[in-house]
Design a binder for this molecule. Structure first.
Ligand code: ZN
Length: 554
């Protein structure tokens, strides 16, 4: 991969995104989220060609046009993946600007608590889907006419409907290697770069006109690779018009040592696969033949479709795949009744917890910050605050449950319902604190912080423990219970919330401030109109100052 070769003359460059393939767990939950919550059409139900006992589900616009297609392999009971470098971590849909309020409130009501930001001038809402995949909506268009065909049975009004993919985001160690592939070999152009909370974000644009034009690379040098599991994006497919163009890419990518696979027949398109040097798996897929190839547009998604070579085994396959229901079509596919998804809240045993770290190596740091992620995000996410806090005295630690959440089911109520899980979560924090103390850190050298449910747990832990800590940071959280009797004198506490936070009622927030002050804590409580359920820069500045002061005392 020395010099950048342009595609052979006569071939048009890659247009943009074709589809994205993601691993999921429960198929019904997957269908409900993508078709009910997001209003995407289930356009094809087939099986994993390498494992015909599991589904391959495709969602898209009315006909499943390239650039709208999200595909999932749902493996019931699959362990969650952990996001990291060398993979696509987020799929973004394009949405009309006027639909921002609609989507914000729809996602809040569905308990997805979207995080809001601005990226290259456009507003972005990010949520984690039920398996933890980041799905983003980017409000980038005022066009009255959509480049994709809305699905008439969608629960989303057509004027607010999503308009196919906007972009994907890959986390990489080196953006230069992505640029080499996309610009050097596939005809993309680099169109912008800006600082992003996760790293420097660089945007590449394909040559197409309408939909799915962008690939973003976020550079995170030295950060760990992801670990594959439910919620992980397996690969991103770029689109090319036909087999001849694909053959030209196969040849040029082979010459450039990307070692692409031979062409694979994926029934609805033809594919080649290869990795770029950071590890991101790319596919180049043809636009043809497309999804209406083996069933009429009206019928899409209502039947289990099998490739010819599996038809002889259809009965056995139908018995083996889980029973799923498409509510819009009123059809049931598959026969195997899945055991009710294991309810983590019913489990009395502690999940296995690992601790992810950032900042100064433990043992070298004079201070430790224990950060608790929000429900529906991960330890890795909250450790993303470390470079922004940028405090050299601190080691950062974030507990992460293997294969699931270690959190209570609901945030604040009713407490009896949560009791065993709440106790488990608080014990997890206590074990981690005890380990830090064993390594010579005093409680006043430890700052405990969290976002959302992690913030609730941090406050609750501090109040129950009832002794002086280095500090407590609660981003969008409140106390879980209000009866406490310890002594928090000398403990600085920062609490920030939006006045209309869907999870943390303002009254509960204020009552928590009152209780903590009564325990002797010095509480800096801030209400930020327009914050949403997220962490903003003003909060981080205040948190940094609290931590800096704690380090000078601790
Ligand atoms: Zn694919």
């Amino acid at each position: 991969m020395t010099d950048s070769t342009s595609p052979a003359p006569g071939f048009s460059p890659v247009q943009g995104l074709h589809h994205l393939t993601v691993m999921a767990s429960d198929p019904q939950r997957n269908i409900d989220f993508y078709s009910q919550t997001l209003g995407q059409r289930l356009v094809k139900v087939t099986v994993n060609f390498d494992d015909p006992g599991t589904y391959h589900l495709y969602y898209g616009d009315l006909t499943g046009k390239p650039g709208t297609i999200m595909t999932h392999f749902p493996w019931p009971g699959a362990k969650r993946g952990v996001r990291g470098n060398g993979e696509v971590v987020a799929a973004a849909y394009s949405a009309p600007r006027q639909s921002l309020d609609f989507w914000r409130s729809r996602l809040r009501l569905a308990d997805f608590g979207p995080q809001e930001s601005v990226r290259f001038g456009d507003r972005v809402l990010r949520i984690a889907d039920p398996d933890g995949t980041w799905v983003e909506l980017i409000f980038d268009t005022d066009d009255a006419v959509s480049p994709v065909e809305a699905w008439p049975h969608s629960p989303i009004p057509v004027e607010y409907a999503l308009r196919g993919f906007h972009s994907v985001t890959a986390w990489v160690g080196q953006t230069a290697a992505v640029a080499e592939l996309l610009v050097g070999h596939l005809g993309f152009s680099e169109v912008g770069s800006e600082a992003d909370p996760e790293g420097q974000r660089t945007r590449f644009q394909g040559s197409g006109q309408n939909v799915g034009l962008f690939v973003d690379a976020v550079e995170r040098p030295g950060q760990p690779r992801g670990s594959f599991g439910a919620g992980s994006v397996h690969h991103v497919a770029l689109r090319t018009r036909d087999d001849a163009e694909q053959a030209a890419y196969l040849e040029s990518l082979t010459a450039a040592a990307y070692r692409p696979t031979p062409v694979q027949d994926r029934q609805y398109f033809h594919s080649i696969y290869f990795r770029e040097p950071n590890g991101v798996l790319f596919e180049i897929a043809t636009d043809a033949p497309g999804f209406p190839d083996d069933e009429a547009v009206d019928e899409l998604g209502q039947h289990l479709k099998l490739p010819e070579w599996y038809e002889a085994q259809r009965d056995a396959i139908e018995r083996q795949v889980p029973k799923i229901v498409s509510r819009e079509y009123g059809v049931t596919i598959g026969q195997r009744e899945l055991a009710a998804a294991p309810n983590p809240q019913a489990a009395q045993t502690q999940p296995s917890i690992s601790v992810m770290t950032a900042g100064r190596p433990l043992g070298e740091g004079r201070m430790a910050a224990v950060l608790l992620h929000g429900r529906g995000s991960t330890a890795q996410d909250i450790l993303g605050l470390e470079p922004q806090l940028n405090l050299s005295a601190y080691s950062y630690l974030a507990p992460q449950a293997e294969g699931g959440s270690w959190y209570p089911q609901s945030f604040l109520a009713p407490i009896e319902h949560n009791q065993p899980q709440l106790d488990n979560a608080l014990t997890t924090i206590d074990v981690l604190m005890a380990e830090l103390e064993e390594r010579g850190l005093k409680p006043e050298q430890i700052v405990l912080g969290g976002f959302s449910q992690g913030a609730c747990l941090a406050l609750e832990y501090a109040a129950r423990r009832g002794e002086k800590l280095g500090g407590v940071l609660a981003f969008s959280g409140a106390l879980i219970t209000l009866e406490h009797g310890g002594d928090l004198a000398g403990t600085p506490v920062f609490m920030g919330v939006a006045p209309d936070d869907a999870h943390i009622p303002l009254e509960r927030f204020e009552k928590s401030v009152e209780v903590l002050r009564r325990l002797g804590a010095s509480v800096d409580a801030q209400v930020y109109p327009g914050l949403g359920h997220s962490i903003d820069k003003a909060e981080l500045d205040t948190a940094r100052e609290l931590m800096r002061r704690a380090a000078s005392l601790g």
